[in-house]
Design a protein around this ligand. Structure first.
Ligand SMILES: NC(=O)c1ccc[n+]([C@@H]2O[C@H](COP(=O)([O-])OP(=O)(O)OC[C@H]3O[C@@H](n4cnc5c(N)ncnc54)[C@H](OP(=O)(O)O)[C@@H]3O)[C@@H](O)[C@H]2O)c1
Length: 327
């Protein structure tokens, strides 16, 4: 497995990481704990050294699973987790610092470790100065409880302000062939400042695998009920994109999912996708995408063809939040 270095930090991660969320949250019922643990260990055996979780996935259950899975190989992997900071206006720096420390301690207890390599603010709160969060994260780095920190779905301005206080290791945001809005500003800013860019939903929640059909149905907390790219009409309207990926996949002896991940790896050596799956065959397919190398000519051709294709539907936090309220 090829590796990449996140930000200006010392930690090296596999070029493709593993998003563990789906074992506890977001994609409907998953496998039992034993199978999930086995799959995470198999991902490591296949070369993956970068595992992503959050306190919010299954109300802590996902961190517990990840901790149990990685305990025997803890010193060989990079663990990233996240927190949603609560409160806002009127919160003092002292309150914020206490909250971060308490929440991190709870995450570390669930993960069964005394530190995590990467701690993200899961969403940037608009009423808490990013500088204050950055300063508190800096304290946690000084104490050795975290080795680096990041923001998720931050704007360019937010990341620049935060980075000036405590250098960011990585930004984790949605990025795929279907969702390219951060190419405009955030990704170039990460390149300029030496910050890693970790792409969540790099397969557009599985759509880019080409295995989704308009007949598929989703239940419970499955975010695909709310993501408009999974509307039947949009699935049909996005067929030209899948045709393009399938054609390139055939040419390269790869799969559409692998071409999607290889395209992203070609974009920049500071970009690390973290696909998620609960099936061994797909986990292997995704991790092996690191071996699919696109030439500059192939990459340019894909970009040119993509520029001619209109994308229908997207994924928004607002839609997903409505789904949770309904349930
Ligand atoms: N920071 C944030 O706000 C945020 C938001 C979302 C996600 N994340 C993180 O990012 C990780 C990845 O996001 P994601 O899970 O949305 O990524 P994704 O890989 O784009 O989508 C995962 C979905 O695609 C399916 N899938 C994956 N590989 C496949 C393949 N080769 N063929 C067919 N289907 C495939 C999976 O189904 P099966 O499981 O059934 O295979 C699952 O339903 C999460 O696990 C989480 O750690 C972070």
């Amino acid at each position: 497995m090829h590796t990449r270095v996140l930000g200006s930090s010392d930690f090296e991660v596999s070029a493709i990481g593993f998003g563990c969320m789906g074992f506890s949250h977001g994609y409907g019922p998953g496998p039992g704990a034993d199978e999930a643990i086995d799959l995470m260990r198999k991902a490591f055996d296949l070369g993956c050294t970068f595992f992503d979780t959050a306190e919010g996935y299954g109300a802590g259950a996902n961190e517990e699973l990840v901790g149990r899975a990685l305990a025997p190989i803890r010193d060989q992997v990079v663990i990233a987790t996240k927190l949603h900071i609560t409160g806002g206006d009127g919160m003092t720096r002292g309150d914020l610092s206490r909250q971060l420390r308490q929440r991190l301690d709870a995450s570390l207890a669930r993960l069964g470790t005394d530190h995590v390599e990467l701690y993200y603010q899961h969403r940037v709160n608009k009423d808490i100065p990013v500088e204050d969060v950055a300063a508190c994260m800096g304290e946690l780095i000084d104490e050795g409880k975290i080795l680096g920190w990041g923001q998720s779905q931050a704007t360019e301005q937010e990341l620049r302000r935060a980075h000036a206080v405590t250098p960011l290791t990585a930004i984790q945001s949605e990025y795929s062939i279907m969702e390219r809005m951060f190419e405009r500003d955030v990704i170039p800013a990460c390149a300029q400042l030496g910050i890693g860019f970790v792409a969540f939903s790099p397969l557009a929640s599985g759509f880019l695998s080409g295995k989704v059909t308009a007949e598929d149905t989703y239940t419970g907390d499955d975010v695909r009920r709310a993501i408009t790219r999974f509307d039947r009409d949009n699935i049909r309207a996005n067929q030209p994109l899948l045709d393009l990926l399938t054609a390139f996949a055939q040419e390269k002896g790869a799969t559409p999912a692998q071409i999607s991940l290889a395209w992203m790896l070609h974009k920049g050596d500071f970009i690390v996708p973290i696909p998620g799956s609960r099936r061994l065959q797909r986990i292997e397919e995704n991790l092996r995408a690191a071996d699919v190398e696109l030439t500059d000519e192939e990459f340019t051709r894909i970009e040119a063809e993509l520029a001619e294709i209109e994308i229908h539907g997207n994924r928004t936090d607002e839609d997903i939040a409505k789904l949770r309220q309904v349930d």
